[in-house]
Write a protein that binds this ligand. Structure first.
Ligand code: NAD
Length: 480
């Protein structure tokens, strides 16, 4: 049985309780993990608090060396981590390997930045002749990192890489269905030299472990990724202790396709943007608005790409899309599709569970494209977290922008056009934290990422994330 990591030790829950982790492709048991309670969680928080003074005061160059070595240790075991991730999450093994690699690279990026002076503050001349001003940046303290199941390693790295590099210590809680790859990574980092207590992993229900992390006064900042509804609960609970909070929440990204666009490019990027990770991505194209004149051509191209995608178990090297993560997730997509069809929507690709062989056991659903769905349907108003894409015909760019902005979410957005004037309007007017122009919708480590409106607040990635894991302090030094 896998164990939690608390204060550098592999431990079970004090109660001895456990939870099962099952494979979404087969329903088989992969392993069990401890089902921690609030008391176990407090032990982890206290360990992180005890480790904070030494870790935060360590020379940044030394912290950087330790993190580089820990990342190296992860890189030597990428296949083991990727296999665990595929067996618990369901994604194709190739994508799991990329995710594990990006985890290690993120640790390296922030370890490198910190060595390169990323904690630099500033010197400010003051009006008084006999005083000088400084702004210094300091770590915050114990960070609580709460992670969902769709990209367990990427979303963990987005928080712990900058947090640890600047000198914070961490208590992380993976989703209950994807704890195994996270525990493995933490073990590897410990073996790689990370001091005890600097990174603790507690497994257990969100409402128990997550809640304790959010409410405990020793945790000074919460980095949360998950559903908008959960994020609102997190923000309210964290307010009692006035904690810093970063909320990376749900999305319903619009892609606008103008009549002058390269339609092959648009169709290709829309298919990737919707069906990657079986559509279970926050940054995913979930609504398409296409100018009427080219709508039929675009729909035909996107539908053809959806039909070509090869479904299969994550361990099948040829599979391009795995099962959905849980039965609940599949049932939700089916119910959103049924609502769209009941309102007059027409399915032009997919729409069914695939049948036969391995498909009977896993939570598979075909990549699906639906058209002619009127306003008000759930596919327009809710987040669709699976391989379901509605495409709507619009008169012109004005209508497309209106529809795109009518969502409560504001995470990502895309436009496909050859007209730079139209692209500029999208950049200026789309209410989202990211806009891609004729580009594939993936988040780059170099650029800050985070939503607006009900998609949350705060940034991950880039150097901007460092502002969210440090506090500044102003200093006045009298010179006479
Ligand atoms: P979720 O909100 O159900 O769970 C996320 C995490 O919060 C899990 O670890 C869960 O155990 C924990 N949790 C649940 N209830 C809690 C509580 N009361 N207190 C504290 N913690 C609690 O989300 P999910 O279903 O795992 O993930 C899918 C959602 O995440 C989607 O909405 C998706 O868009 C969003 N997401 C957002 C981003 C982003 O960066 N914006 C990235 C990935 C996923």
């Amino acid at each position: 049985m896998a164990q939690m990591i608390i204060n550098g030790e592999r431990v079970g829950a004090a109660s001895g309780a456990t939870m099962e982790v099952r494979n979404p492709a087969t329903g088989e048991l992969v392993d069990s993990v401890p089902r921690a309670d609030a008391q176990d969680t407090r032990r982890a928080i206290e360990a992180a608090a005890a480790a904070f003074p030494a870790w935060s005061k360590m020379l940044p160059t030394k912290r950087s060396d330790i993190l580089m070595h820990a990342a190296h240790c992860v890189k030597e075991h990428l296949d083991d981590v990727a296999q665990l991730l595929t067996s618990e999450q369901g994604k194709p093994i190739r994508d799991s390997r990329i995710e594990a690699t990006r985890f290690a690279e993120n640790i390296e990026i922030y370890a490198g930045l910190i060595k390169g002076g990323a904690l630099a503050g500033k010197h400010m001349p003051l009006p008084s002749q006999n005083a000088t001003g400084l702004v210094v940046r300091r770590p915050i303290g114990v960070i609580g990192a709460i992670i969902p199941w769709n990209f367990p390693l990427t979303l963990l790295a987005n928080k712990i890489a900058p947090a640890l590099a600047v000198g914070n210590t961490v208590v992380a809680k993976p989703a209950s269905t994807t704890p195994l790859s996270t525990l493995k990574l933490a073990e590897l980092m410990l073996e790689g030299g990370l001091p005890p207590g600097v990174l603790n992993i507690v497994t257990g229900p969100g409402a128990v472990v997550g809640d304790e992390i959010i409410r405990h006064p020793l945790v000074r900042k919460i980095g949360f990724t998950g559903e908008t509804g959960t994020g609102k609960q997190v923000a309210k609970a964290a307010a009692d202790e006035l904690k810093h909070v970063t909320l990376e929440l749900g999305g319903s990204d619009a892609a606008i396709v103008c009549a002058d666009a390269d339609l092959d490019l648009a169709a290709k990027n829309i298919a990737i943007g919707r069906f990657f990770n079986a559509g279970q991505a926050c940054l995913a194209i979930k609504r398409v608005f296409v100018e009427d004149r080219v709508a039929d051509q675009l729909i035909e191209r996107v539908a053809a790409r959806a039909k070509r995608l090869k479904l299969g178990s994550g361990t099948d090297a040829n599979a391009q899309m795995g099962p959905l993560h849980t039965e609940k997730q599949r049932a939700e997509i089916e119910s959103q599709l049924a609502d769209a069809v009941a309102r007059g929507g027409k399915v032009v690709a997919g729409g069914e569970r695939p049948h036969g062989g391995e498909f009977e056991r896993g939570f598979y659903f075909e990549p699906t494209v639906v058209i002619d769905v009127p306003d008000g349907a759930r596919v327009w108003t809710e987040e669709t977290f699976g391989p379901l894409l509605p495409i709507m015909r619009v008169r012109d760019l004005d209508e497309a922008l209106d529809k795109a902005n009518s969502s409560e979410f504001g995470l990502g957005s895309s436009i496909f056009t050859r007209d730079m004037g139209k692209a500029q309007r999208a950049i200026d007017e789309l209410e989202a934290g990211y806009t891609w122009v004729n580009a594939v919708q993936i988040a780059h480590d170099e650029l800050p990422f985070g939503g607006t409106k009900h998609s949350g607040y705060g940034k991950e990635h880039g150097t901007e994330v460092l502002d969210y894991y440090t506090e500044s302090k102003s200093v006045v030094v009298a010179t006479a």
